[in-house]
Design a protein around this ligand. Structure first.
Ligand SMILES: [Zn+2]
Ligand SMILES: [Zn+2]
Length: 282
């Protein structure tokens, strides 16, 4: 399984010279089998605009699973030629407040006039809007299995996602997660995965902000990775003010978790090959 990081920024996009190396697009991850085009995408932030580069101009056909509906996770939907395409076929999994809610109507609250010129059902191609609820997620493509679990964040329903190659490697994606140092919220979704892609928006000195905004500090995320006994952890959803230089400093300061697991800071445009974790006892 490959995870291509199309957007690694949290809250809002971060253009400019100080953000070139780690990238400024907001949350979006393309999941693919090696050598295959992606048929599964996690989140639809502005990074979704780059999906076309992985498809050589072909339309996207597959599933897009949203962790939650904050702007930084959905604003790419109307700006990606790969999904807004006459020949695209997209099943969009929309977190809804309760099982009876209409996913299209929930999404339309943020995407319709006067907030935006069109509604979700005016996107080009064939679209299916399905509710995302806790548990296994029904995908078009059986090369991957996804399950969803409610996790703490702020402002509405938010999910952590687990993606597995049946009989193979597993990854977990929790880009927005309210976690205090020592916290273990929702750990079952990441338990034992080979790769954890996790919220690392704030640093330790910003704990009050992290909690107020429903996010995690870097040390809390690394402790969580140890608790979940993951193979390695990649921190994402970088704060929009965190410059390349500041992220380099963090990467140098945190090469591994307290339990010895490798740590990396997500870089837009890179592909993470998820490989089986080595045995780590802690
Ligand atoms: Zn976010
Ligand atoms: Zn959020």
């Amino acid at each position: 399984m490959n995870l291509t990081l199309l957007g690694v920024r949290g809250s809002t996009a971060a253009p400019g010279a100080d953000f070139v190396r780690y990238g400024g697009h907001t949350s979006c991850v393309a999941v693919s089998a090696p050598g295959e085009p992606p048929a599964l995408v996690l989140d639809a932030g502005t990074g979704l605009r780059r999906l076309g580069t992985l498809l050589d101009g072909r339309p996207f056909r597959g599933d897009v699973v949203l962790t939650h509906l904050h702007w930084d996770h959905v604003q790419g939907l109307p700006f990606s030629g790969a999904v807004d395409h006459p020949e695209s076929r997209v099943r969009l999994h929309v977190p809804v407040p309760d099982a009876g809610a209409d996913p299209l109507e929930v999404l339309r609250r943020a995407m319709s006039p006067p907030h935006f010129p069109i509604g979700p059902d005016e996107l080009l191609g064939e679209w299916e809007f399905v509710p995302l609820l806790p548990g296994p997620v029904a995908l078009d493509d059986d090369r991957f299995a996804v399950s969803a679990r409610r996790i703490r964040h702020k402002g509405g329903v938010a999910y952590g996602l687990r993606v597995a190659e049946p009989g193979g490697v597993q990854a977990a994606y929790l880009p927005d997660h309210l976690l205090l140092d020592g916290g273990t919220d929702g750990a079952a979704i990441a338990d034992g995965v080979d790769l954890l892609l996790h919220d690392g928006q704030f640093v330790a000195s910003e704990q009050l902000l992290a909690t107020a905004y429903g996010h995690t500090t870097v040390p809390a995320a690394l402790g969580y990775a140890d608790h979940c006994r993951v193979g390695r952890v990649v921190l994402t959803h970088h704060h929009p003010d965190r410059t390349d230089a500041a992220l380099d400093e963090l990467a140098a300061a945190f090469p591994e978790t307290p339990g010895g697991r490798p740590v990396a800071f997500a870089v837009q445009g890179t592909t993470l090959a998820v490989s089986p974790k080595r045995n780590v006892s802690q």
